[in-house]
Design a protein around this ligand. Structure first.
Ligand code: ADP
Ligand code: MG
Length: 747
């Protein structure tokens, strides 16, 4: 066996679960111990400062310097007591990872005295040397100024020996260079739009927050095997690999028992998460071998997003202790289910009402219907922008594959609510035509059992699941902020419009309730074609969606174009999320990211094909050639069989004829097959390299992304197809890297 594969296998097979020392006390006793939480603040801050800080966070107001100074001192004191030495502004640049630059809590005074120091100024703002983060042309490298600014609404936390302060990241000229800045703006916009609508029903509502509960799927592979697969190391996915004999077809992995090693790993990262205040709730196996899921209890969106980013980082780091590698890539193994990150989303008031929870009384039901219908209408009107929010090189493999929601955006609401909406639409229509002035709405009994509704449609990209919507098309490696900022922005825009529409009618002497009902009815009609209750994986739906005129955008470059339409530019500008310049920059960054990912994959593919797979194939071919040569030698009658009596007549004849080809015919066929496949792999690889060279010359980012998508990427399939066939043909002991069956099973 190739020595590196052999060593990796040996290593992986001999692994024992890592015994980590976990706290023996209850989770509630160590939950949040590494968070600068409200309870900690109560201990370390004066009452006045605490009050000012709390009010500022709640009302989204700036924090004055004296307050910041006091908070900084409190943070420092708390952190030093816990053995922390450094602090960092923790932010989410558009690379997809989190970024941090650590500074030590140290200062030297003019008289040479060394002491620990951390001031309000250092808490509030930093200027990381961040010239290499993507900015889409907003910040050219020679004016590399970017600033991080404290986000007091997400609590600081201790990671290792470092105090991490969640921050936004903006350019010198104030443009967003990260995920958090526009997300906070979108949440603010949602609040501004939703509160007045809530006030139709309840004057006491002063604040609306969006809530998010994500479900993170991931794969685990043994570290030793991961390390000898250049494709996994450099692109996060297996670019080659034939399907294993036992894949997921037995469906015995889903909810099956979790292997001991994996279990230890889970307990380890869960414990660390709890200390960081991440409220993890569930863990289980997923459909594919080695695939798992973890989900927390939902939180306010901004915090939920930070927690997801933090968890991904944590999972990656802690996997090392267990000699595991965690893969967040959307489709690491072709032929096996991919990974998503369902975004469960709702809105809640400061009076404690979940706005997407059907209530018990007609009044609360009308409020529910208002938010429910407006969300559907928003998805209907901006489905292209929502589709763009989940577009990435990785997710491209997943969307539309028969396991994940299709690239067609639609909304599932379930049978009961379909009836409610249909009834609502018709009833109101009927009542109106009968000329009655006051409407008696028979919407008092929207069943509460929606929560346990079992006819959940798991194939829908955007499904109502009882008291929240579940956006399922989000990719597993994505920062949730991307989809969340879009969803909250479009709902904010829709609610703003709703308020206008209702008020316009009220001004024409209709009652508020009547106006709400009328407007909702018109929305139900107008957005009907985005609703789909059937199987989203089916061919019929693809046809039906086309008939309805719903877009089915398969590729990332095409999906991203939705970001630059007039509609999109206006939307983001209206809601104060992005300027046109920022929006163009975002598009540029995403298109470039796509190009880079495909470019890297293509390079590794060529490398592995030419320097690992073809040599292995030729080595095996030589073995077979030797074999044929031997047969020829043996079955040449004049030599080996001279004087030997052969009983089988036909065989004797063929030997006497010297027709060793008949005896060696399957070997000869193998020699030919190897040559054919090797030649196709070589040619296609060269063609791919040529296409890459052409694409690299293209200046325009969008055109370049298209070239990578349409010209470079299609070469992957044929190269892989033949390489995978070779894997199934040639001597297992020669194959240069671990196969699926070795990668995908952890004992
Ligand atoms: P599954 O979809 O796998 O059945 P669950 O229904 O248990 O999962 O819930 C998935 C996620 O939805 C959890 O993180 C849960 O906290 C979250 N969730 C529940 N209610 C809300 C809500 N009002 N807003 C946002 N997320 C919610
Ligand atoms: Mg779910």
């Amino acid at each position: 066996m190739s020595s590196i594969r052999f060593k990796a296998l040996q290593e992986a097979i001999s692994r024992q679960p890592v015994d980590v020392e976990l706290p023996s006390n209850k989770v509630s006793e160590f939950f949040g111990t590494n968070v600068f939480s409200y309870e900690v603040m109560q201990k370390y801050l004066s009452e006045g400062v605490l009050k000012t800080l709390k009010a500022a966070i709640e009302n989204n107001m700036p924090i004055d310097r004296p307050t910041a100074d006091e908070v900084a001192i409190a943070m420092k004191t708390w952190a030093l007591e816990k053995g922390v030495t450094h602090y960092t502004h923790w932010f989410q640049p558009l690379t997809g990872a989190t970024a941090e630059k650590h500074d030590v809590f140290l200062d030297v005074s003019p008289d040479g005295k060394v002491m620990e120091k951390f001031s309000g100024g250092q808490l509030v703002q930093q200027e990381p040397d961040a010239s290499s983060f993507p900015s889409g042309g907003i910040r050219s490298t020679f004016e590399a100024r970017g600033y991080t600014g404290w986000d007091p609404s997400s609590p600081a936390f201790i990671f290792g020996k470092t105090l991490c302060i969640p921050t936004i990241y903006i350019s010198y000229t104030g443009e967003a260079l990260d995920y958090k800045t526009p997300l906070l703006k979108a949440l603010h916009a949602l609040n501004n739009a939703a509160v007045p609508v809530c006030n139709y029903f309840d004057k006491n509502v002063k604040k609306v927050v969006a809530t998010l509960g994500w479900e993170q799927e991931y794969f685990l592979v043994d570290e030793a095997m991961f390390n000898v697969r250049p494709d996994l190391v450099h692109s996060g996915r297996a670019l080659f690999g034939a399907n294993p004999a036992k894949g997921q077809q037995l469906e015995d992995h889903y909810f099956g028992s979790i292997p001991e090693r994996v279990n230890e790993y889970m307990r380890d990262f869960e414990t660390e998460s709890y200390k960081l205040g991440i409220p993890l709730k569930t863990r289980h196996n997923e459909v594919a071998p080695n695939q798992y899921e973890v989900a927390p209890i939902f939180e306010e969106v901004n915090i939920a997003v930070d927690h997801n980013q933090l968890l991904m980082d944590l999972m990656d780091k802690i996997a090392r202790r267990h000699h595991l590698k965690v893969l967040f890539y959307e489709k690491p193994f072709a032929g096996v289910n991919g990974s998503g990150k369902h975004n469960n989303w709702s809105m809640a008031t400061d009076t404690g009402v979940n706005l997407l929870s059907p209530g018990k009384t007609p009044d609360s039901n009308l409020q529910f219907l208002t938010f429910f219908v407006n969300t559907i209408k928003a998805v209907h009107d901006y489905s292209d922008i929502l589709r763009a929010s989940i577009a990435s090189a990785g997710n491209e493999h997943r969307l539309g594959a028969n396991e994940a929601p299709p690239a067609i955006i639609s909304v599932f609401i379930g049978e009961q609510l379909t009836k409610v909406l249909d009834g609502f639409e018709k009833k109101v229509k009927a009542e109106k035509s009968s000329g009655k002035k006051s409407l008696k709405l028979d919407i008092g009994h929207i069943p509460e059992l929606m929560l346990d509704n079992t006819d959940r449609n798991r194939t829908s990209p955007f499904a109502f699941t009882g008291n929240k919507f579940e956006f399922r098309a989000v990719g597993s490696s994505a920062n949730c902020a991307q989809s969340m900022l879009v969803l909250n922005t479009i709902v904010a825009e829709q609610l703003t419009r709703f308020k206008k529409d209702v008020d316009a009618l009220v001004n024409k002497s209709t009652t508020t309730e009547e106006a709400i009902v009328q407007v909702l009815r018109s929305y139900i009609t107008a957005s009907a074609n985005i609703r789909f209750e059937g199987n989203n994986y089916s061919e019929e739906w693809v046809k039906e969606a086309a008939r309805r005129g719903l877009p089915n955008v398969q590729t990332t470059p095409q999906a991203l174009e939705a970001l630059l339409t007039d509609k999109a530019l206006k939307l983001f500008e209206n809601q104060g999320i992005f300027t046109k310049r920022e929006q163009h920059a975002r598009h540029e960054i995403q298109a470039e990211m796509y190009t880079k990912k495909i470019q890297i994959e293509s390079r590794i593919m060529a490398d592995m094909a030419l320097t690992q797979i073809i040599p292995a194939a030729l080595k095996y071919q030589n073995m077979v050639i030797d074999n044929v040569r031997g047969i020829k030698e043996i079955f040449t009658p004049s030599r080996a069989f001279a004087g030997v009596e052969v009983k089988d007549k036909a065989l004797a004849e063929s030997m006497n004829d010297g027709r060793y080809e008949d005896i060696a015919d399957s070997q000869i066929a193998m020699i030919k097959e190897i040559s054919e496949r090797v030649s196709i792999i070589r040619n296609r690889t060269e063609q791919m390299i040529e296409e890459r060279k052409k694409a690299n010359k293209i200046e325009d980012t969008t055109d370049k992304a298209y070239a990578y998508c349409d010209k470079v990427k299609p070469c992957f399939d044929e190269i892989r197809y033949h390489a995978d066939k070779l894997e199934l043909l040639i001597d297992d002991s020669i194959w240069p890297f671990p196969k699926y069956r070795e990668l995908l099973f952890i004992k």
